[in-house]
Design a binder for this molecule. Structure first.
Ligand code: HEC
Length: 203
C-alpha cells in the first residue's frame, strides 16, 4: 500500500465494490405470451357477442322491472322521471320527507283526501297552487302553496304518482297525458285557488 499516495488507496476501495446492477432485456416467457393472447382474444370475442344499444340491459341484463321501478302501470315517460326525486327537491321542504307536513303549517300528504281521492283535483292543486283556506284530515290550514306549473307534465305526473303510492298511500298512478289534458282544460286560471269550493269546481 503506498501511504504517500492516498488516491491509490481510494481507487482500491472502488475496485472492491460490486458492479451496479443494470437493467437488461429479457424476453417474456412464451407461456405468458400465449395466455395474454388468449385473454385478448376472449375479450374481443366477449365484446362482439354482448348486445349493445339495448336500453334496459345494464351489462348484467337487469331490466327496469327487476330494479323495482315504482308505478309500473304509469306511462313510459312518467316512469323515466323519478317522482321521489322531484318530491325531495320541491316538496319535502314543506311537506317533509315523511309526507306528514308540519302540524298547523304544512298539511300532511299521508292519507290526505286531496292526495288519494280525485286525480283531477290533485292535478289542479299542483298546477295552480292554493292561497287560502283548506281542510286536510279535519284540520284547517291557511297557508300558501305555490303553483307547480313550471314542472313538465311528466314531472307532475311522476310526483303525484309518487305521493299517491308512498307512506302507505295506495292510489292509482296518474299519467302524463292526464296532466296535459288538465293543464289545457284549466289554462284560463291565472291565480291560485282561494278556497275548497274553487278547488273542487275543477276549473
Ligand atoms: C312552500 C311550502 C310548500 C311546498 C314547497 C309545497 N307545498 Fe303543498 N302545500 C303547502 C301548503 C301551505 C298547503 C296548504 C295550502 C293552504 O293552507 O292554503 C299545501 C297543500 C298541498 C296539497 C293539498 C292538501 C294536502 O295536504 O293534501 C297537496 C296535495 C300538496 N300541497 C302537494 C304538494 C306537492 C306534490 C309539492 C311539491 C311539488 C308541494 N305540495 C310543495 C305548502 C307547500
Amino acid at each position: 500500500m503506498n501511504e504517500e499516495n492516498p488516491q491509490s488507496e481510494y481507487s482500491q476501495q472502488i475496485a472492491r465494490e460490486k458492479w451496479e446492477p443494470a437493467e437488461g432485456m429479457r424476453p417474456l416467457p412464451w407461456l405468458n405470451t400465449i395466455l395474454l393472447g388468449a385473454m385478448l382474444m376472449w375479450g374481443a370475442f366477449y365484446i362482439t357477442i354482448s348486445p349493445t344499444g339495448v336500453e334496459s340491459s345494464y351489462g348484467d341484463r337487469r331490466t327496469l322491472s327487476t330494479l323495482g321501478a315504482p308505478n309500473s302501470s304509469a306511462t313510459a315517460a312518467a316512469k323515466q322521471v323519478d317522482g321521489k326525486q322531484i318530491y325531495i327537491g320541491n316538496c319535502a321542504a314543506c311537506h317533509q320527507a315523511t309526507g306528514l307536513g308540519l302540524a298547523g303549517v304544512f298539511p300532511p300528504l299521508v292519507n290526505s283526501e286531496w292526495v288519494v281521492e280525485s286525480p283531477v283535483v290533485l292535478t289542479n292543486i299542483l298546477l295552480h297552487g292554493i292561497q287560502g283556506q283548506i281542510k286536510v284530515k279535519g284540520m284547517s290550514y291557511q297557508g300558501v302553496m305555490p303553483a307547480w306549473n313550471s314542472l313538465s307534465d311528466a314531472e307532475i305526473a311522476a310526483v303525484m304518482s309518487y305521493i299517491r303510492s308512498d307512506w302507505g298511500n295506495k292510489a292509482a298512478p296518474i299519467t302524463e297525458d292526464d296532466v296535459k289534458k288538465q293543464r289545457e282544460l284549466t289554462k284560463a286560471r291565472t291565480e291560485p285557488y282561494k278556497n275548497e269550493e274553487e278547488i273542487k269546481s275543477g276549473t
